[in-house]
Design a protein around this ligand. Sequence first.
Ligand code: KG4
Ligand code: ZN
Length: 340
Amino acid sequence: MSAPGARPRLVLGIETSCDETAAAVVAYDGERYRVLSSVVSSQIDLHARFGGVVPEVASRAHLEAIVPVVQAALTRAGCGGADVDAIAVTRGPGLIGALLVGVSAAKGLALVWGKPLVGVNHLEAHLFAPLLEAPDLRYPLVVLLVSGGHTLLVAMQGPGRYRMLGQTLDDAAGEAFDKVARFLGLGYPGGPVVDRLSAEGDPKAIALPRALRGDSLDFSFSGLKTAVINHVRAHPDVATADVCASFQEAVVDVLVRKSRRAAREVGAVGLSLAGGVAANSRLRQRWREASAEDGLTALLAERENCTDNAAMIAAAGAWRLEHDGAADLDMGADPGLGLF
Ligand code: KG4
Ligand code: ZN
C-alpha cells in the first residue's frame, strides 16, 4: 500500500483483447481510484457486416488506432509520458493478434519512458470496474461477471482473492444475446439492440425455460436460445420486441436468482455486477432491487466501464503493481489466460 498522503500513482492502461482499442489514465492512492481519462475506439462497424469479430481485421484496426488512442488518453488526462508511473496492458485472455498489438505498444512505451510494465488479466480487470466508483468497499462480495466470452460467479474476499462459485456450461450470457440477435436479424453485437427493443416488448409474452439446474450455481443458456429459435419458427408473426423482452427476462431472472443465492451462501455484504452484459438495463434494475431487498450493497459500474475499456485495466494494473511488482519486458500475451 502507498503511504498515507503519498502522491497517487498515475497508471496508463491499454486494452486491445477483442474489438475495442482503449487507453485510459487512472490515479490510484493505494485505496481509491480516479479515472482521469478513458478513450475507447470501437471497431464494431468494421465487424458488423461479418456478424461477429474477424480476428485479422481486429489486429489491423488495433494497429491503426493504438497510437492516436493512447495520445488522446494522455492529452485528456493532461499528462505526458514523464508523469505516468506505470503502464498496464491486457495480456489475456483474448485474440492473440489483437493482444499482441497492445502488449507490444505497452512494452515500447515502458522502454522509452523507463517506466514499469504490468500485465493484466482482462477478466480480473472486469472485476475491478465496479470498484472504480465505489466509495466504501467492504468484503466479501459476490461478483457476477457476464461478458461475451464468460459467465462467472465469483466470491471476492478482496482484490486478488477470488473463488469460483459457478460458471456457464455452454454459452456465455453475452454470447446468448448475440446469437439470439443474429437469429432475429438484429446485427452484431446483439446485447445493446435486444436491450433497446425489449423496452417496447412484453416480458411475459412467451413462456421460456429457466435452466436453474437445482441448487447448482452453474449456468446454461443454450437451451433457452434453442427455445427462442423454435418459438419464432413456429410463430413467424410474433413481435420481435416481445421475443427480445421474453428472452432478456429469462436470462436476467436466472442471473439474479443465482447471484442472490450465492450471496446468501457466502455471507456476502455486496453484489457486484461486471462485464459487458452488466450494461443491460433490465439486469441493472433487477440487480438494484434484489440487492435492496436482501440488504446488500449493489455495486454497478457506469455503463461505459462495463463493456471493454482501459480504465478497468489501469485499475487492476495499479493494484497488481503494488502487490506483485512489475513484469519483465519479455512478458508475452496469453490468449487462454484464466482467472483461477
Ligand atoms: O465485456 P465485453 O465488452 O467484451 C468481452 O470481454 O466479451 O462484453 C461484450 C458482450 C457482448 O456479448 C454484448 O452483446 C454484451 O456484452 N452487451 C450487452 C449489452 N451491452 C453489451 N448485453 C446485454 N445488454 C446490453 N445492454
Ligand atoms: Zn471484456
